[in-house]
Design a protein. Structure first.
Lengths: 230, 230
């Protein structure tokens, strides 16, 4: 399992989900691509297999994808986050970890992508924690890794992924999956409430990107060498 | 002037101000250390001269320090920001740039340093912009550079400084001063309203620091090489 995990991606046909799927497939993970439409999920899986010949990928309804492993990634736009979480209410089981990658960009309501919306619970991740069934734990991660960079097969990643969650053991399991992707280092950013800040990194990076015509990422300097997750 | 600028630091006897003063003095800038108490300002200037023998430093009342150069740094805690800005109302002149370094940590009201306060105007920097006299421009910067790292003469800096402001020319002038300090790179993070996000980086770093027992900084990866401020 640690050698070849299965990674379900809810919204795996979107830009972020597809980019992550591609990177994870290249790293040897099996991907369960979820979508509201099984046809689109199967199409995306076929595309992934054509791009990454060694890919082990299947296309499924989101609810079916969510059952494929204990750790499930939610990569939908903020506009669709609540709807997806409602649809997953019967699918998620106690003990599962939902990794929420949602960023509440004002673009969700036709505002700017350099601005964000206030979320009543404090962050999109905390909204997710409120909406998942009892016993499911939310971890927030992967907000700052750009879909265009993930999708570009020639682009080498070189950035950190702040991970927020209330239990270090959960974050460590998610970190293990994130670090399967070469060039990504998972950093423990604190409890889930820190998603209020980490989700804001994305509009900041979008602002920087527009000024530097690039796809910037985040690094923390000054951290000790080696892995921090044991 | 570009060779040996004068840098006024309001609140220059505090941890951040003193740390910046030390680094700038070592880089050859002349420092005007401001305080509410001229005695404490003079003490801090004497201490700086004893630590950095080549330092050109004077201690002044904040209001007097603010007149020493066009670009003035405000490095007081959030708790004291409004009071300081009130006191500077007669001292600041049109055409000056006030560089606000304030972070609205919840620690200001005996809360946690990993949490922040909501500021009515959106950010401490936007509050500053509302409070300065007409014609004075606020630029936000230097939130994420840690006072302990600045104060440690042996610590090499290796981090970026996101700079927010509504005019690129103003940010470029501030960036020039920031980049006098070896190891700091100023990054254009967008208009002043982006201080809403940039000010939040500090509580995030404090959270990371407590987990990794370090003094972390921020880097943007993927930016083009060379200076971006011409």
């Amino acid at each position: 399992m640690a050698e070849s995990p299965v990674i379900p991606i809810i919204g795996g046909t979107g830009a972020l989900g597809a980019g992550l799927a591609r990177r994870w497939a290249r790293a040897g993970a099996s991907i369960a691509i979820g979508s509201r439409s099984v046809e689109r999920a199967e199409e995306a899986a076929a595309k992934l297999r054509s791009e990454v010949p060694e890919a082990n990928a299947e296309g499924l309804l989101n609810e079916d994808a969510a059952g494929r492993a204990e750790i499930v990634f939610l990569t939908v736009p903020f506009r669709a986050q609540s709807e997806n979480l409602n649809n997953l209410r019967e699918a998620l089981r106690p003990g599962q970890i939902l990794v929420d990658c949602t960023v509440p960009l004002a673009a969700a309501v036709s505002g700017k992508a350099t601005r964000s919306l206030g979320v009543w619970q404090g962050s999109a991740a905390q909204q997710a924690q409120e909406m998942v069934p009892d016993g499911v734990t939310v971890v927030a991660a992967l907000h700052t890794v750009g879909a265009p960079t993930l999708a570009n097969a020639d682009a080498e990643l070189d950035e950190d992924v702040p991970v927020c969650g209330d239990r270090k053991a959960d974050k460590a399991r998610v970190a293990h999956l994130i670090e399967l992707i070469p060039g990504l280092r998972a950093v423990n950013a604190g409890p889930l409430e820190m998603a209020r800040i980490v989700e804001q990194l994305t509009p900041m990076l979008i602002s920087v990107n527009s000024r530097y015509k690039t796809h910037a990422g985040i690094r923390f300097t000054g951290l000790p060498d080696g892995t921090h997750w044991q």
